[in-house]
Write a new protein. Structure first.
Length: 149
């Protein structure tokens, strides 16, 4: 007859075997979501900084004025540099800067779109994350709008 201690060791091993897959799924999900959140916040910060840079460049005459091209270039450059700091510069990241005002003398409103394509760490949340055209990758997008003076 087996002692009670050896039976309990078997029960503990069985409980561990049952809990381990659930625990690993939770851990992989937390790691993948943390990675997505980091990239998403970085993309959002890049869009905000790009919009701020575009809005601070003086434009004479609104979107069609003399400084509109410089403002567009400044916004795109700042956003691209921010993404390059985390290792996701071109061609992984696309930055688009547009002026939303159509009135000739109105203060320009700048919209910066940042889209980046990045690999998943574990691939665990593949169906839940925004899909990319590259297999195994995810897309993070952000839009920021700021009015210039």
């Amino acid at each position: 007859m087996k002692t009670r201690n050896s039976q309990q060791r078997g029960v503990a091993a069985l409980e561990f075997a049952l809990i381990l897959p659930v625990f690993m799924l939770m851990m992989l999900g937390a790691i993948e979501y943390g990675w997505y959140y980091h990239i998403d916040r970085s993309v959002t910060a890049a869009a905000e900084e790009g919009a701020r840079a575009a809005a601070t460049v003086a434009t004479n005459g609104g979107c069609g004025g003399g400084g509109a091209g410089a403002a567009k270039a400044a916004g795109a450059s700042v956003a691209a540099q921010r993404m390059q700091l985390i290792g996701y510069g071109a061609p992984k990241t696309t930055v688009t800067v547009t002026c939303l005002n159509t009135l000739p003398l109105a203060d320009p409103t700048w919209q910066v779109n940042v889209v980046t394509d990045y690999p998943q760490l574990t691939g665990f949340l593949k169906g839940l994350m925004p899909a990319s055209t590259t297999p195994g990758n995810t897309v993070a997008k952000a839009v920021a709008v700021m009015r210039g003076s």
